[in-house]
Design a binder for this molecule. Structure first.
Ligand SMILES: Cc1cc2nc3c(=O)[nH]c(=O)nc-3n(C[C@H](O)[C@H](O)[C@H](O)COP(=O)(O)OP(=O)(O)OC[C@H]3O[C@@H](n4cnc5c(N)ncnc54)[C@H](O)[C@@H]3O)c2cc1C
Length: 463
């Protein structure tokens, strides 16, 4: 009987397995896909590093770098080329650069806000007056990101900053996403200062204006697939890896019984490192309430389309990290990254690589369309937005149905209830992007925490 069974071989499950082996436990890991990594899938075509899923991680959160260091991959780490960082917003047929000094949607510098054509004068004046807000007595209550940002900076800021930024990161709808769970720091600043602008400037001043320092994003030269390969190598001989479908869980005398390809597997500790909707189905007969709580966590679907071109066929200057398309202006594209500008080592000089992001909260249907129709409509948009008419030499589509958890209003309270149910189920642990953070560093942190808890170490909660 394995001491620990992990369902899910994405970054969350692989991290849990890695840290368990570090703690002297030999786990068993199950994934239904032949290829491990979950949504992390890297392919190199004609020298271009194509990321089907995530392409980088936030440098300010330490857990991904900690793991990379432990795996001996530190020399492979590269940062985003922040000196070239300009993100454009598509507005009324033009690419408008996001003004300097914005921290997400919070303005921290006056002149770029005064001169930008992204926002109208009434919005600019409203942004200036936000400085004078005082903490409200009912501050700290959860509400939608749209309500929160509208309250501080007006509807135009929701439409042209909050919505496109969150659609690009969460594939989410600001009208439903929870400010407490998604913009946690801003919610805290509001409670303390009233004004977000004043709060960001005061707290930024305390950290010398640098929150984390160095590049904003980090990744690996050869793609995030390098991290998956290094994890697999480190697990070889220390973890039993099974390919198959984990089914409905039952409690057994010493823990849990999990059918894998129809055969029951007994385990003392069960780590569900899979999407919450999967965990919900698996736990229906173990704890109906927990199953319901997990099933209530929404997920959005997304898709990436990589298009590669010979350099000489592209006249566009690619002078930035790429662009975002607000929902108000959107047909198909949500965002497009100009990969060679954002990261060195990813695209040879002979090529241009565009990473297009589609889907999100409002575009589920797009995933069902055939490849040809998707490529044709994106090419049409790129022709209009970037003047690119050339035939792409490389085309890769990756579809990710129900893969991005949506932290909707009330998410924190839901997760608290999930934690309470888990206390009644010793040996059951949850990891993944559904609970305390959707990005890779948080998934790694939760995988590590599940491992520590399964190995009997005192639980260290450092959210
Ligand atoms: C397109 C896209 C772009 C992203 N970009 C970024 C980014 O740039 N930076 C960043 O930090 N984050 C990004 N994210 C988010 C981040 O990549 C994910 O949150 C994270 O990788 C999720 O990892 P996971 O292991 O929790 O889940 P997954 O990667 O979804 O892995 C879950 C695994 O569980 C397996 N599984 C599920 N159910 C079962 C079952 N019953 N039996 C057997 N196996 C099962 C699946 O096959 C899968 O392999 C992005 C996500 C997507 C989809």
């Amino acid at each position: 009987m394995p001491q620990a069974l992990i369902v899910g071989g994405g970054i969350s499950g692989l991290s849990a397995a890695y840290y368990l082996t570090r703690l002297g436990v030999r786990p068993t890991l199950i994934d239904r896909n032949p290829k491990l990594g979950g949504v992390i899938q890297t392919e190199v075509v004609n020298g271009c590093v194509i990321e089907g899923g995530p392409d980088s991680f936030l440098a300010a959160k330490p857990w991904a770098m900690d793991l990379i260091r432990e795996l001996g991959l530190e020399s492979e780490v590269i940062g985003s080329n922040d000196h070239l960082r300009v993100t454009y917003i598509w507005k009324r047929g033009r690419m408008v650069p996001m003004p300097d000094g914005l921290m997400m949607m919070v303005p921290t510098r006056i002149w770029p806000m005064v001169t930008t054509s992204l926002l109208s004068w009434p919005t600019k004046i409203r942004m200036g007056l936000e400085w004078f807000r005082h903490p409200a007595s009912d501050g700290g209550q959860d509400r939608s990101v749209a309500d929160f940002i509208r309250d501080h900076y007006g509807q135009e800021t929701v439409d042209y900053l909050a919505e496109p930024l969150l659609a690009g990161v969460f594939g989410g709808d600001p009208g439903r996403l929870s400010v407490v769970s998604v913009l946690t720091r801003f919610a805290e600043l509001e409670k303390r200062y009233g004004s977000l602008t004043r709060g960001v400037l005061v707290e930024g001043g305390r950290t010398g204006g640098k929150l984390g320092g160095g590049s904003l994003f980090r990744t690996l030269k050869g793609g995030l697939g390098q991290l998956v390969t290094a994890l697999e190598q480190s697990l070889a001989g220390r973890t039993q890896i099974l390919r198959g479908e984990a089914g409905a869980v039952e409690r057994s005398q010493n823990g849990y019984s999990v059918p894998v390809n129809g055969e029951p597997l007994q385990t003392r500790h069960l780590i569900l490192a899979c999407p919450a909707h999967e965990a919900s189905g698996m736990l229906a007969s173990v704890d109906a309430e927990l199953s319901q709580l997990l099933g209530g966590i929404g997920y959005s679907s997304s898709m990436t389309l990589a298009l590669g071109y010979p350099r000489h066929k592209i006249a566009h200057k690619l002078n930035g990290f790429g662009f975002l398309v607000p929902k108000k202006e959107r047909r198909r594209l949500v965002a497009c990254t100009w990969v060679g500008t954002k990261f060195s080592h990813r695209v040879p000089d002979s090529h241009v690589l565009l990473r297009c992001f589609l889907g999100g909260a409002s575009g589920e249907a797009a995933l069902l369309q055939p490849d040809g129709a998707i490529v044709a409509s994106v090419r049409e948009e790129l022709r209009e937005m970037m003047g690119i008419a050339a035939e792409p030499e490389i085309v890769r589509i990756s579809r990710w149905p129900r893969s991005m958890a949506q932290y909707e209003v009330g998410h924190a309270a839901r997760v608290q209830k999930i934690e309470q149910r888990l206390k009644l189920l010793p040996g059951l642990h949850l990891a993944g992007n559904a609970y305390y953070g959707i990005g890779l560093p948080d998934c790694i942190r939760l995988g590590k925490q599940a491992a520590e808890s399964a190995a009997g170490l005192p639980l260290r909660i450092d959210y």
